[in-house]
Design a protein around this ligand. Structure first.
Ligand code: ADP
Ligand code: MG
Length: 400
């Protein structure tokens, strides 16, 4: 056992230093970018993921092919890793708890469990004093009958396992609501009022076990069909006051959770009764977030480096945005012209100044599948936008 393994809690006792092995539950693109950051800091890495071709497993020192609750796989991860994190919120909280009995785990199973459940997540926002959209939890026929008319038209969302707009249905009437809940096989759901969104924002906070916390600047996000399409930083349409409020609320949410790691909070911006812009918390992710991918190229530390620093108990310094940035998500749709497969115009794209192409090494493209992202940086927001729009035209993405 290395010296580092004796550390009980990252950040409280002794830091887990480069040379140690960091483990991650999940082998998707977020795990891959975590592995890149960890290795760049001199750590070895271990990924646990059932998929032999997982994007993170392909680049990690160790890849444990096992299901998330497989006792043997978890045991091997504990043997290999000095500290463990997760790259997605749907890893069973029970698995994180098993790991946490033997190794420092950040974020903690309890925090991840809250993020796994929309009803608990919204209750947590309330505990942190942060407003969210008017909503009702539906677990029974009585709950369904009790849904206030004021929540219509709304969006019915499964409490668990939804992502990228999946597990959601727009409902305009009570009959549609009942049909949608039946369609979701009567699993616990949250019924949310549909709000007229002016904007969508997110804030990424990184917090150590001793409570020290830093954040990236506010991100302005555009979603298409429930999937993030474009992130712009600095947020072009957000006042300094509103941005500060979003940052303050994201910190409050992390503090109330006693959170250790990287946390992203998504906000809606709506008009209040007086016509002023107001913030509403939407959801949170207990991990680096798609809206923070620009940090790899536009900040002096990426969100993945902060994931490493927080789990290893290394010092945190405030990350600095050194370039305005636009992030364009590259979905599998770009690999198709109608039903004919094609290769996106990478060579033309890479002729543009300040473009940074990130592909996740996924073996097959499917519409809606996240294949990679493109970061555009430059000396000013106008030139970054101009280049990003050229990139959109080359790739066949809708302009924003
Ligand atoms: P997911 O887990 O799929 O990201 P979200 O709850 O964030 O689920 O919903 C995805 C997107 O759908 C949001 O980013 C937003 O664009 C839209 N949306 C969700 N809830 C509402 C709402 N209450 N009112 C208006 N738009 C919403
Ligand atoms: Mg979301």
């Amino acid at each position: 056992m290395s010296e580092a393994r004796k550390t009980a809690l990252p950040g409280v006792e002794r830091a887990i230093l480069p040379g140690a092995t960091l483990g991650v539950m999940g082998g998707g693109q977020l795990g891959r970018m975590f592995v890149h950051a960890a290795q760049s800091l001199g750590y070895r890495t271990a990924v646990l993921d059932p998929d032999a071709a997982s994007p993170a497993g392909l680049v990690s020192h160790h890849h444990i092919h096992a299901d998330y609750l497989d006792a043997d796989g978890l045991g091997r991860l504990v043997t290999l890793a000095d500290a463990i994190t997760t790259e997605f919120e749907n890893v069973p909280a029970a698995a994180l708890q098993i790991l946490a009995d033997q190794r420092p785990v950040a974020p903690a199973a309890a925090a991840v469990a809250i993020c796994q459940d929309r009803a608990e997540e919204k209750a947590h926002f309330g505990h942190a004093g942060v407003p969210c959209a008017p909503c009702a939890v539906i677990r029974s026929e009585a709950d369904l009958a009790g849904v206030a008319d004021a929540l219509l038209p709304g969006i019915l969302k499964t409490a668990r396992l939804g992502y990228d707009g999946k597990g959601q249905a727009g409902v305009a009437t009570r009959a549609e609501l009942a049909a949608a809940w039946l369609g979701m096989k009567h699993v616990p759901c949250v019924m949310e009022k549909r709000l007229p969104l002016e904007l969508e924002l997110s804030v990424i906070v990184a917090r150590r076990a001793d409570g020290q916390a830093v954040n990236f600047p506010v991100q302005q996000n555009l979603h298409r069909d429930g999937i993030l399409a474009v992130t712009q930083v600095p947020a072009p349409d957000v006042s300094v006051e509103l941005a500060q409020q979003a940052i303050t609320r994201a910190h409050a949410i992390a503090t109330e959770l006693g959170y250790v790691g990287v946390l992203c909070v998504e906000f809606f911006v709506v008009r209040d009764a007086a016509g002023a812009l107001a913030l509403v918390a939407n959801e949170m992710a207990p991990r680096p977030h798609n809206s923070g991918h620009y940090t790899i190229d536009a900040c002096d530390q990426s969100q993945f480096e902060l994931q490493v620093r927080t789990m290893a108990g290394l010092p945190l310094t405030t990350p600095r945005l050194h370039s305005p940035a636009v992030m364009l998500n590259l979905l599998g749709d770009l690999w198709f012209d109608g039903s004919v497969e094609r290769t996106p115009a990478w060579e033309e794209l890479l002729k543009l100044p300040g473009v940074h192409l990130h592909l996740y090494g996924k073996t097959s493209a499917r519409p809606g599948r996240k294949m990679g992202h493109l970061n555009v940086t430059g000396t000013n927001a106008a030139s970054v936008r101009a280049t990003a729009l050229q990139a959109c035209a080359l790739l066949g993405l809708a302009p924003y």
